[in-house]
Design a protein around this ligand. Sequence first.
Ligand code: CMC
Length: 391
Amino acid sequence: TGKFTYDPGFTSTASCESGLTYIDGGEGVLLHRGYPIGQLAENASFMEVAYLLLNNELPTAEEFEQFRWTITRHTMVHEQLATFFRGFRRDAHPMAVMCGAVGAMSAFYHDSTDITDPQQRMIASHRLIAKMPTLAAMAYKYTIGQPFLYPDNELSYTGNFLRMTFGVPAEHYEVDPVVEKALDRIFILHADHEQNASTSTVRLAGSSGANPFACIAAGIACLWGPAHGGANEAALNMLREIGTPERIPEYIARAKNKDDPFRLMGFGHRVYKNYDPRATVMQQTVREVFKAMNVKDPVFDVALKLEEIALNDDYFVEKKLFPNVDFYSGVVLSAIGFPTSMFTALFALARTVGWVAQWNEMISDPAQKIGRPRQLYTGPTQRDYVPIDKR
Ligand code: CMC
């Protein structure tokens, strides 16, 4: 009983205080610990951004070297996890595999799960950041029937991931610096985004004191949906289905038709009522990658034209619907060679940084309590049980 504020979808409820990420959706501003996303994407590495989100400040050269060394040291997963993978069907979606494999890590790392100890929390966080590329690459290798590759600690975080994904034991894999830089930037763009659905899920799961690896698995489950991280896969599938610019008006009409559940994937955002600053960088990254790799993909022309038509259409203008981070990311990921089914797993890999940083922030917050929303009850009032033969 009692009166509670009814806020379906939490459109106006702040669930916590946080010092990580600031968004001004009206102006299209995104800051991590005060630094604009554009500057970070241009100048920093994903590892630097990870350090920043976890530790509040950008690292000095020495701190960065120490952090990089620590993350590198944790890239291997327990050998038994390889056996665990073999329990999945070959055609399992990589996100299904990631939910399972990351959850399973809770059974392997007991020495970093006393969440009351800040040091153990940091070890669990480092392990998660370090092992996600290994698990994501394993999920991919498993579906195509190639052997898993062990991490190579000589390579950068992103270079190592590319090698584990696209390399084979029989050949030397040369990391393409253009691809490495582009993917690293994509990871930066996905690192954190304040209290989105998956981050709120991680916080809620963690608020009960649950195992951190299990909490991140919960975040992965939430991210998978097409309204959230699954939009990158759905957006590229949509663009490929549209196929040519001539067919765009048909899809725009469908998106506007309230009797049709179809939405323009990669468009619209709960918080941004202006251009998503991540989409700006993403579009630029597509151009850079295409130029450097000397590739073209008609899907990019479809995307550009679709954006142009939508941004000049009353429906999208009135509802303030702009391309979001997921609109162009699939175009780059596809050019790099990732199948669409891996897109959301890459999002999960990068967002793990935000998830663990937010989880640490929550647990060290003195105001922290178990998350326990209330409800407005709409069921029957009290009544008496009727035996089955009398109903
Ligand atoms: N295409 C057509 N109409 C749309 C779209 C779209 N992509 N997005 C929102 N609308 C309409 C919606 O029908 C509604 O119209 P009305 O007011 O007439 O009912 C209005 O715009 C507001 O939409 P909403 O669903 O109430 O807004 P929301 O804040 O609950 O949803 C969203 C935000 C991102 C789920 C939604 O815009 C959407 O479904 N977009 C497509 C999926 C997508 O790209 N998701 C990725 C989000 S960014 C990255 C991430 O979070 O992972």
